[in-house]
Design a protein around this ligand. Structure first.
Ligand SMILES: Nc1ncnc2c1ncn2[C@@H]1O[C@H](COP(=O)(O)OP(=O)(O)OP(=O)(O)O)[C@@H](O)[C@H]1O
Length: 442
């Protein structure tokens, strides 16, 4: 197992230059060769250079600000996850690794990768994905209304069991991840864990209107009605895209309605409907499904499934009880399968990148510092210290080392050093088997 080491000076081309720029208060426009500077800055940020060499939060903050001002979004930590999500890696690891300005990230930013985050943060340190069991196969297919230019979307709604050949996948709009009893693509079915989040009886209570074959049209005024004119009392959260409201559609289906912030409208003006429709094609059990959208005037609204039992962050934070180690492994496996699906099967790479670049612009990723602290603790030989102290069970050191080794491998700065998601999933299965065996030996 390969364990990335702390960055060395040669891997950190811009730390000193940033320090100079900051100390002289030079404007970002004074940066010579902005392209190579941006590449270097992204590399430094992704490698944690600022953390290791300066340990100066102000310098790192300034570096990120300069990155934003001079390099667009490219050096912001946000798109790291995006890039990782949208890299369609073949089993052997494909792609040319070139920076893609359309996606607003450089390859260097991919250094802190999803699987590393999943393993280190979801399992051990801090949470990042939502958990939600799926109970039934209600399926909604978004279909563009013939005259929907600058208008509203339409929904074609069908029951999978009635109209589609059964598929292990359902449609997700974004990276919301929901644990499920069935692991798509897994070699076997996983028995429900007793500590699994209990399913909500209201889950997927598709309205009669939505259950029939046909289409449903939502207008802005219907959205206004459903959200009580975007009443703060129905607001359940806010992310990079905008505010999120819990709402009940005509017919009774409870959904999450995401209303784009006004400052995002300009960016969403051109490709919004195309991109939403691309995202609607993504279909996986562990990902929240996109139900529809509204595009009218200055409104860009996305309607998704409503996740009833809280976010995975809350569950990993222990707000609903502490998750046991086995369940954390299960969540990681679910995440790995969902990401494998996104990487390999979802939609054509270029379209997918574009779609996510607009609609899913924020990260669930943890603070890279957390990963580096974990690296250091691991390298110092204090493996057990990385484990969530709230866990009551003892985890076999071998199992933990193997898991951390995998996590660090996933966070390797160079793409070719990182395993594919398929490999991650299969290794996680092995690790879980080993964990089970270690319990039996006790
Ligand atoms: N489908 C949903 N069901 C239930 N709650 C949701 C749903 N979508 C979002 N939320 C709530 O709204 C909050 C904001 O979600 P949103 O997806 O906009 O942002 P985020 O994931 O926190 O960050 P970002 O999208 O900016 O990366 C979430 O933390 C969650 O509490």
């Amino acid at each position: 197992v390969q364990t990335p080491l702390n960055p060395v000076a040669g891997d950190c081309p811009t730390v000193d230059r940033i320090a100079v720029i900051v100390s002289r208060s030079e404007p970002p426009s004074a940066i010579p060769h902005p392209d190579s500077f941006c590449e270097g800055l992204c590399l430094d940020l992704a490698n944690g250079c600022f953390f290791f060499f300066s340990r100066d939060p102000e310098l790192e903050r300034r570096a990120r600000a300069i990155g934003r001002e001079s390099c667009g979004w490219e050096c912001d930590p946000v798109p790291v996850e995006l890039r990782r999500l949208t890299e369609v890696e073949s089993a052997g690891g494909g792609g040319d690794g070139k920076r893609d300005r359309g996606l607003h990230v450089s390859p260097a930013q991919v250094a802190v990768s999803i699987p590393g985050a999943v393993l280190l943060c979801c399992l051990l340190i801090c949470p990042c994905f939502r958990a939600k069991p799926r109970e039934e196969e209600g399926r909604v297919v978004l279909q563009k209304e013939p005259n929907s230019m600058n208008s509203v979307s339409s929904f074609e709604v069908r029951k999978t069991s009635e109209n589609f050949p059964s598929s292990p996948h359902r449609i997700p709009p974004n990276r919301f991840l929901k644990s499920s009893e069935r692991i798509p693509g897994s070699p076997q079915w996983v028995p429900p864990s007793p500590s699994r989040v209990p399913p909500s009886p209201s889950r997927f209570s598709l309205s009669p209107q939505l259950n029939r074959v046909g289409s449903m049209h939502l207008s802005v005024s219907q959205i206004m009605k459903a959200t009580h004119s975007f009443s703060p009392s129905l607001m359940i959260g806010e992310g990079g895209f905008g505010a999120v409201y819990k709402a009940e559609l005509p017919g009774g289906q409870v959904v999450a309605i995401k209303r784009a912030k006004k400052e995002n409208i300009a960016a969403l003006r051109t490709e919004f409907s195309n991109e939403v429709e691309l995202l609607a094609k993504i279909d996986h059990l562990n990902l929240v499904k996109l139900l529809g959208y509204v595009e009218k005037g200055n409104e860009r609204i996305i309607i998704t499934e409503y996740v009833t039992n809280g976010t995975l962050r809350e569950h990993l934070d222990g707000l609903h009880g502490v998750l046991d180690f086995n369940l954390r492994l299960q969540i990681a496996i679910d995440v790995a399968h969902a990401l494998t699906y996104l990487h390999l099967y979802a939609v054509p790479r270029t379209s997918f990148e574009k779609g996510l670049s607009i609609l899913d612009v924020e990260s669930c990723l943890p603070d890279p510092k957390a990963i580096h602290i974990a690296f250091k603790t691991y390298n110092d030989g204090n493996v057990g210290d990385i484990l969530d102290p709230r866990l009551e069970e003892t985890v076999d050191t071998e199992v933990l080392s193997r898991l951390l080794g995998l996590a660090f491998q996933c966070a390797a700065p160079t793409r070719s050093d990182r395993p594919t998601m398929q490999e991650v999933a299969s290794q996680l299965w092995e690790i879980r088997k080993e964990f089970g065996a270690s319990l039996r030996r006790e």
